[in-house]
Ligand binder design. Sequence first.
Ligand SMILES: Nc1ncnc2c1ncn2[C@@H]1O[C@H](COP(=O)(O)OP(=O)(O)OP(=O)(O)O)[C@@H](O)[C@H]1O
Ligand SMILES: [Mg+2]
Length: 476
Amino acid sequence: MPEHPAPPPSQAPSPARPGPEAVGETAPRPGAAQTTADARRRRRWLTVKRFLPTSLYGRALLIIILPIALMQGAVTWVFFAGYDERVNSRLSGALAGDVAWVVDAYTADRAAFPVVAARARAHSDLQVSLRRGPLPPRDARPSGGADRILQAALAQRLDRPFRADADRLPGAVQVEVDAGRGEVLRVLASRERVSASRAHVFLLWLAGATILLTAVAVVFIKNQVRAIERLAAAAEAFGKGADAPLKPHGAREVRQAARAFLDMRERINRHLDQRTALLASVSHDLRTPLTRLKLELALARPSKKLDAMKRDLVEMEHTIDEYLAFARGEGGEELECVGLRALLDEVAEGARRAGAEVALFADPGLTANVRPNALRRALSNLVMNAAVHGEHVQIAAHPRSSGVEIIVDDDGPGIPADRHEDAFKPFSRLDESRNQNRKGVGLGLAIARDVARSHGGDIRLERSPAGGLRAVLRLP
Ligand SMILES: Nc1ncnc2c1ncn2[C@@H]1O[C@H](COP(=O)(O)OP(=O)(O)OP(=O)(O)O)[C@@H](O)[C@H]1O
Ligand SMILES: [Mg+2]
């Protein structure tokens, strides 16, 4: 469905053409009127939109069924309002002509009634009878369409009082005419002589065709939509680190999209493999001399200089570990149902060892379907950040309608709101000037967000009520 265009900005009154609004304060500005009209139109569209289907399936069905319904409505209306009525009025005219002939023939020669009746039966299939008595008064009940048309046709051709019933006798039409001298001529004709309407049959055909067409449309659209759904599911699974099998099927464009996705997935996987292999070999090559250096330092005579060198070595090791973790992406791990309380306890303990004061609030029964090692790394990155920048750290886990939320608060300096996204960029260190003696790699938040997203969740940063930074990790 096309989006409704946003309302244009309100037009400022043009200085070249001073209108009445320039004269009086009370005159409404045309620009303002335009804006309110636009706003009203937009509101109306939004109301309509709320009732429109949102899925492709629903929309495709609507696109097919709406024109069918409109067309059938139009056909039905034309049929009933025009064609049907014209045909019935011709038929009624013919019957009225026959009745007029019977009345004229009888009143011209009353003795010839049997001949008239016999001719009417033979040539016009009318049953004519004669009775004495007054013409019964007209029925007060409302007459139907066929009745109304017949009355009009008879009134045009007869100059005597008459009474016609097209709707009350089953399968027959009765016309009674005052023949004068206290006699009433009664003419019975079959119902088909005034109405050719096959309305019920017509409607039945129409309804049958609609149901059949709709059923066919439902089956076809369902198939097409399923192909798109499969593609979407495969893309989502890939985003979470699983290579779900996908066989392109459906319409040409959908198959094309599926093939393009498969190609892209292969390229990305190849790229990831290369990156992992490269980083693994680099870190391996770096680790060997690093271990040698550590060994040599351990054997050397202790001194102040030596301690500084040892600290540098530890930092290098940490950096290499982080690079590797970032490159690997923990993709190989399987999903497991894990108790979050135990995992958070472990992470909190790590931060306490690093010297922070950590408070933990989590329901012991809270579980989630996660890759435990990856999640532990993500959480300990968040908690260690909080422990490094603040003195008090608070960790809380809450069940949410869409999964679980883990919130890490600290009372440190925090990050300005406009730099929250920058903090997630790999190798970003925001506090270089602020904190010279702490040298992080700048990968912690990038890794944590990678992990959260690979689970189908995300991380966002906020201002913490405790004064520092709040990191919210959402898991589905
Ligand atoms: N709790 C926090 N309070 C204030 N600033 C923070 C906080 N957490 C992160 N930052 C800022 O965001 C930057 C990026 O954090 P990130 O965890 O990605 O890297 P790092 O901690 O510097 O290094 P690493 O975690 O890789 O050892 C940090 O350098 C720091 O400036
Ligand atoms: Mg960090």
